[in-house]
Design a binder for this molecule. Structure first.
Ligand code: C5P
Length: 227
């Protein structure tokens, strides 16, 4: 089953403590976002890649796309103030398609097998997201004191990719925008329409490069993959 992937790439380097977009930071000489692009370039089921980028970074990103021979990039949208705005700009820019995947450009270690399961689930039921069960004990803390220990058997950490029927996610993204609703992922936009979202078990390696320690994990993951 073919799909189009939308990659929000218009963030900053704030939590990474970098003075530029963290996606431009390099792991073994290659910018982080290129590892992500290569996953989709190599997936025969991926028909098109669309990127949300900051206007002033577009030229540089386009140059990298050419240099690394990423042929499936079909277009760019202007990144917005929030991630949700960047994703919506992309969704509004892409040609209508069957299944669309939204994936953080900052998650370079996503698995082909997880992508395939997500696309299949979205085709069947409309919406599916990647996630992993929480490993740690989770507690709610109020004013520096534990107020509750949450039953972790029902808790999952949600990642991207998140896969949807194109018409469903476009409608949900535009409805959220019109209502002034801001979510932390695309699934929330669909959930608020009372639409069921399936969960597909992913891998713990599918980390989002967010803080400086993630660079250490990222290098270790890449090293383990060459061995
Ligand atoms: O900041 P965070 O890592 O949570 O962002 C997740 C993804 O969303 C990253 O790939 C980042 O580049 C992208 N993003 C975006 N536009 C924003 C903020 C983040 O495209 N305004």
């Amino acid at each position: 089953m073919n799909y189009t992937v939308v990659l929000p790439a218009a963030g900053s380097g704030k939590r990474m403590k970098a003075d530029k977009n963290k996606l431009l930071l390099e792991l073994f000489g290659k910018p982080i976002f290129l590892y992500t692009l290569e996953v989709f370039e190599r997936d025969p089921n991926c028909e098109a890649i669309w990127l949300a980028v900051k206007e002033h970074e577009r030229e540089l990103i386009e140059e990298y796309v050419k240099r690394y021979d990423i042929t499936k990039v079909k277009g760019y949208a202007a990144g917005g103030t929030e991630r949700q705005d960047s994703v919506r700009a992309c969704l509004e820019a892409i040609p209508p398609c069957g299944v669309v995947l939204v994936h953080d450009a900052a998650r370079p270690f996503i698995d082909h097998e997880v992508i395939a399961r997500l696309v299949e689930a979205a085709q069947e039921s409309g919406a599916a997201v990647a996630g992993v069960p929480v490993k740690d004990t989770i507690k709610k803390v109020e004013n520096g004191v534990i107020s509750e220990t949450v039953d972790r058997n029902q808790l999952w950490m949600i990642q991207t990719p998140q896969a949807f029927r194109y018409s469903l996610i476009l409608k949900a993204a535009q409805a959220a925008h019109n209502d002034g609703f801001m979510g932390t992922d695309e699934a929330m936009l669909v959930e608020r329409m009372d639409y069921p979202v399936a969960i597909i078990e992913s891998t713990y390696e599918n980390i989002k490069m967010t803080t400086p320690d993630d660079l250490i994990y990222g290098r270790a993951i890449l090293e383990s993959r060459i061995q």
